[in-house]
Design a binder for this molecule. Structure first.
Ligand SMILES: Cc1cc2nc3c(=O)[nH]c(=O)nc-3n(C[C@H](O)[C@H](O)[C@H](O)COP(=O)(O)OP(=O)(O)OC[C@H]3O[C@@H](n4cnc5c(N)ncnc54)[C@H](O)[C@@H]3O)c2cc1C
Length: 482
């Protein structure tokens, strides 16, 4: 990090003063940390690395038994799959730099998935039969758009701005309305809006802001996504993306290993009290950590469970209490028999059934490849009331009911629900209709000695890169104050 010499001197003075009042308690830990970072995901780890590099005494506290948060690699024997973030975009400068600095490495072999067969109203059909199918209730030109492309297509053709930094501009706040309402006003049919609900990465089309969708689309257009006849994300996307060697979780693990003070695991924060001099962080086991500053790098869905004394300013409180997260649940299987050869249909499935989507990677680590069921938004929430094992049995039964050739074709490996993880609560933060206007610009501002980070505060970047970006912003804000 470049710091000019004046600022370095100021910093050194501040650190000397800090160490005077950071007298050590028993066990060799400072009684007063310079910074406590809540959350050992990419945002928290990046903030901690930057702050430690400037000589500050930093303690990361992580609620779960591992670092990485939404980077989570599932492993069982020769089967390895990403349960969370995987794709590293071409413009992910911070991620690419960190991967290189820590010697982690990237690869570009993301694999391809087989094309979709469609399953609507309990019937299977090939995509070329969709336009004339009685199950296709869309109107006019919409009829020719495959269900797995329609959400993307309807927004791509209407993107109202081109600079990813413009989503907060006053002129674009007119799009901060329900995505369903926005499309309806454009003459899009109700049936097409319902189809968008299958894969929209948000609770549903009625809840999410159209501007939230445009923001993400503009960001990936900059990365070169120009062909809405191809999926936006995933193995068959038109853009080449990279993947972290050995699994996505290798990066946060390598980042945590660089920290002088090890991450404190299994340490959920339950309350934070601040005065004008310091912050006290209370852990579930009763431990109290004192610090001069705090970086809150947990998702708002989890921050909601933390008690703040005094309470946070109304704008932040509203943003935290009202935060919308898109649920995601995945189930992974080895394929024992190539069921698509027996019924002659495409291997992957895109459906209006409860399991929504199933992706076949024929080159995956099963006798005939792998199958991943992927539910998003309300689709995942609908089943999240059931324990994961029960969900899995239900999903298998539903798949076989729709596609009898799948009976005895799958060996279950593992599954994961992000919504059922109380410390994450979903796959990503989205804005509900009207929320961008209400609090997007201000919700990440420091509240006293508490600074905020995490992908929910993204301004320009997306996904993993936004976590890095916001961790960096929080670290710089604190360095400016010490
Ligand atoms: C299914 C899925 C697919 C994705 N695909 C991609 C992709 O392909 N490309 C991409 O760039 N991004 C992708 N993402 C998004 C990306 O993984 C995230 O944006 C990023 O990892 C978020 O990092 P973060 O540090 O902001 O939050 P997190 O990773 O959520 O970290 C927050 C941490 O805070 C901890 N925490 C919460 N509450 C407390 C508490 N009270 N006390 C202490 N600790 C607490 C949590 O346990 C967690 O470890 C995907 C995510 C998911 C789930």
């Amino acid at each position: 990090m470049a710091i000019d010499s004046n600022r370095r001197q100021v910093l050194q003075g501040a650190l000397a003063a800090a160490s005077l009042f950071s007298t050590r308690a028993f066990g060799g830990e400072p009684r007063l940390w310079d910074v406590v970072v809540v959350g050992g995901g990419l945002a928290g780890l990046n903030a901690a690395m930057l702050l430690e590099a400037q000589g500050l005494k930093v303690q990361v506290v992580e609620a779960s038994d591992r670092v990485g948060g939404r980077l989570r690699t599932g492993r069982q024997g020769d089967y390895q799959a990403e349960l969370g973030g995987s794709e590293v975009g071409p413009g992910y400068g911070r991620i690419r730099d960190m991967v290189e600095r820590l010697g982690v490495g990237l690869h570009t072999n993301g694999g391809k998935t087989l094309p979709f067969a469609l399953g609507f109203n309990g019937e299977l059909l090939q995509p070329d039969a969709w336009a004339s199918s009685p199950h296709n209730m869309t109107h006019g030109a919409e009829r020719g758009i495959a269900p797995y492309l329609i959400q993307n297509r309807l927004f791509f053709d209407r993107v109202p701005f081109t600079d990813p930094g413009d989503w907060l501009a006053a002129a674009n706040l007119q799009y901060d309305v329900s995505a369903a309402e926005y499309l309806r006003a454009q003459g899009v049919s109700e049936a097409a809006i319902r189809l968008c609900d299958i894969d929209v990465n948000a609770p549903n089309m009625a809840a999410v802001s159209a501007l939230s969708i445009f923001r993400d689309l503009v960001r990936i257009k900059v990365e070169g996504f120009t062909d809405p006849t191809k999926p936006q994300y995933g193995a068959n996307a038109s853009l080449t993306r990279a993947y972290i060697k050995g699994g996505s979780d290798m990066l946060p693990r390598a980042m945590a290993a660089t920290l002088k003070q090890p991450v404190r695991l299994n340490a959920p924060v339950v309350a934070i009290e601040q005065t004008d001099r310091e912050v006290e962080t209370r852990l579930a086991d009763g431990t109290r950590l004192r610090s001069r500053f705090l970086v809150m790098a947990a998702p708002f869905s989890a921050v909601r469970r933390i008690r703040f004394l005094p309470g946070l300013p109304p704008v932040q409180d509203n943003a935290i209490q009202g935060a919308l997260y898109s649920a995601t649940t995945q189930f992974h299987f080895r394929i024992k028999k190539p069921y698509w050869e027996s019924d002659g249909l495409n291997g992957s499935l895109y459906t209006d059934a409860r399991f929504e989507r199933a992706f076949v990677n024929a080159a995956g680590a099963g006798p005939h490849g792998t199958l991943t069921v992927w539910m998003n938004g309300d689709g995942a929430t609908r089943l999240d009331g059931m324990p994961l094992e029960v969900q899995k049995d239900y999903v298998i039964a539903e798949m076989v009911k729709l596609r009898p050739a799948m009976a005895d074709a799958l060996d279950y490996v593992f599954g994961y629900s992000w919504e059922r993880n109380p410390f994450v609560g979903g796959n990503k933060h989205v804005f509900g209709a009207g929320q961008i206007r209400s609090f997007a610009a201000d919700m990440g501002k420091p509240a006293g000695r508490i600074h905020f980070a995490g992908e929910h505060l993204r301004k320009l970047e997306a996904g993993m890169e936004s976590a890095m970006e916001t961790g960096e912003v929080a670290a710089f804000e604190i360095l400016d104050r010490v």
